[in-house]
Ligand binder design. Sequence first.
Ligand code: UFG
Length: 333
Amino acid sequence: MNNTLIVTGCAGFIGGTFTFKALSMGYKVIGVDSFINSNPSTVNKIAQKFPEKFIFIEEDLAKSTNQLKQSINGIDFDAVIHFAGLKAVGESEHEPLKYWENNLISSTNLLSLMNAHKVKKFIFSSSATVYGDSTVQPILESNNIQSTSAYGSTKIAIEQLLKDCARAGLVDVISLRYFNPVGAHQEMIIHEDPYDMPNNLMPRIIRVALNLDKKLHIFGDDYDTRDGTGERDYIHIDDLVEGHFKAIEYVKNLKGFEAFNLGTGQSVTVKEIITCFEEVNGIPISHEYADRRSGDVAKCFADPSKASDLLGWSTRKSLEDMCLDSWRAVKKI
Ligand code: UFG
């Protein structure tokens, strides 16, 4: 092992933050992105800061792996970290083929390439969406898996693909099931882009704080939750990224496939996160109630005890940190 990683989706919020941290820790990174749902600015920032250790390849892995193949010849890798993928739940319901083609085919292509190069260790960015509308909360990894969107179906299918490949001895896999990542890393160089018409709650709150939107729409106030609004498990990006480094250590001695929840174990309602944001940043967020968003579940939060027991990982950052850092990264304050 020579501390070298292949990172797909390195231009995204999570892949980019991970890449930045990995390079800061001394890893070399070959990063790949197609810019289908990201832009070059994150890659440029990373390349400027770490010109020696970062190689970037612009390639759509669903179409070709030729460039990546050429760049990895003769290099030994510790692991592949596969962040790349389309992730908008609503869009996936209108364009399922786009999601299946992009998410599934890029994964099979990547696995074929790794197999040819004898790279066995694989970390996959999965999602709590694989649990669908679970009646059991908090959710353990052993929970039923069910899809509520085409996006969710692709995450479930890729996990199945990885299990099959692991059973055949082609790869050893850790699938990290993310809950709701927010915040920004300490250096605040990479963050979610509130200008890019986001679907998620935190960047929508930021848009109101920036006066880009007049009001936040709260999707539903009649859920069976503490205050009627949706309950989620928001996790600071620093804690989420740290889970990947623990996984890289753990996968070294793993044979087969393991899934881990990356969440705090605390559920937070939409109203609670708005109030927290307003208090820590001193900015009012005007909001109004709207209809439920199609495909949304009432509650989704993790039981993270498996990651704590086996990976030695637990979250450190509070909801206040998440709200402060999400805002500071955008405002650079
Ligand atoms: N919400 C609003 N208004 C908004 C946006 C969101 O009220 O403008 C609410 C939603 O209804 C939900 C909560 O805020 O109750 C969180 O919504 P997000 O869109 O931020 O996140 P989701 O939990 O719906 O989805 C996220 C990821 C998915 C992933 C899922 C896993 O975006 O990719 O978590 O549980 F599949």
